[in-house]
Design a protein. Sequence first.
Length: 281
Amino acid sequence: MLGIAIGFLVPPVLVPNIQDRDKLAYHISIMFYIIGGVATLLFILVIIVFKEKPKHPPSRAQSQKPALTSSDALSAIIRLFKNLNFVLLVISYGLNAGALYALCTLLNRMVILHYPGEEVNAGRIGLTIIIAGILGTVITGIWLDKTKTYKETTLVVYIMTLVGMVVYTFTLNLGHLWVVFITTGTMGFFMTGYLPLGFEFAVELTYPEPEAVSASLLNVCPQVFGIMFTISQDQIIGKYGAMPANIFLCVFLTLGVVLTEAPRGGSGGGEPYQQSPLGPL
């Protein structure tokens, strides 16, 4: 997430808004060389520094688990798709994270539409979303570890994400950048803070299935929704403007709230979650 924050901040500085195509191409090439250099350095560090596995297992539960084979993973995936609670979570998680991806992808375009020439501030707004989101992930994670209120916490954070998105939608065109910074920061706190909640909730809903499998499925769904939302929002912005495009996301976030509220066992009522006998995984 910190890398994404840097990605919002640095490119507008490296690539200024100029009309000369040759100069623009030069600045873009400089940015690409820097990105390529950093990626190459990280690749080398992965080869040299990263080990196949840690010296000691990260938890008691992990130490007693056998190695996961391909057939085991496939069987786990089939069982997970038969778990209605998990399917509801995957869809609601995908809607939230997909909306975040689309919003961040098209943020520059939407900001410039209402605040021409503010490319650098558009990057700073994106930085604000991510930094506030980093704080949100830490706070929500600590809260969940202490309270174990999985459904209640997830639902409250989802509702606050929707509220933040609605406020951002109807204040973007007011002509005050400081308002945009506040609304996007608040929205990012909850929208990004929801992400670790989804992984924690998935483990509770699917134990004793391998958490690596449930986490992988949670990662796939937002990519699908993110592509769909980005393409759709881009078309809506081109034809109708930024507000209808953001209302489009609000509609799907509302659907996500409904799916999150859908009946599940656990702290939200009904049968308790099947907890690991060795404690949190």
